[in-house]
Design a protein around this ligand. Sequence first.
Ligand SMILES: Nc1ncnc2c1ncn2[C@@H]1O[C@H](COP(=O)(O)OP(=O)(O)OP(=O)(O)O)[C@@H](O)[C@H]1O
Length: 212
Amino acid sequence: MLTIENYTKHYNGVLALQIPQLALPKGIFWIKGQNGSGKTTLFKSIAGLLPYEGSIQLEQGFSGKTQPQAYRMLINFGEAEPVFPDFLTAKDLVNFIAITKKASPAQKEKLINTLGITDFYHKPCGTYSSGMLKKLSLALAFLGNPALIILDEPLITLDDQTVQKVYTLINEYYASGVGFLLSSHQNFGFSSLAIQATYVVSQQTIHLQHEL
Ligand SMILES: Nc1ncnc2c1ncn2[C@@H]1O[C@H](COP(=O)(O)OP(=O)(O)OP(=O)(O)O)[C@@H](O)[C@H]1O
């Protein structure tokens, strides 16, 4: 699914994360780590949102450095604490991402309904609760035809019913060939999600913790 080689990321000359070599097959992976360990840095690097040294390549052969557009079409990223312009509605954002990610109208409709966005679809984001923002960001992260979806803290602020719906979406997408990198400080329901392995980010690098 993904190969990382000779990766390093510095902020203002200070090393934040280094990964000499990591190859992940298609699967659902839980990336753990204490606050400030580097999970978001890793996710944003893989998503093509941060500059870094080294190579991150998808199994499809694309690199974010040399084929950024093709690469980003295959990777979707849902941020831990999404922030959207206050004046845009869910409809504006869903339509924008649906066009850029070439999502079908049916997929768009299904995500809006599954994640319960219809109630506030036409309202501006500035009026949303944190859970409503999270539902919208998750819907955006599932749009299109990605090979990999990265979800940073996908469960925070969600009610139990929506958590179950997120598990169902992850399982459906995984069954159709999509891989996942997930982070969470809460425990994922292992019976609900076929997590393949857990990794821990610590001491400026990443280690395999447990293969399931
Ligand atoms: N823009 C930035 N400028 C400088 N340092 C940064 C920046 N972003 C992150 N860092 C540093 O990089 C390290 C890793 O941060 P990162 O946000 O990746 O951690 P995290 O594992 O996602 O943490 P959390 O669980 O709290 O979300 C931390 O030491 C942090 O201070």
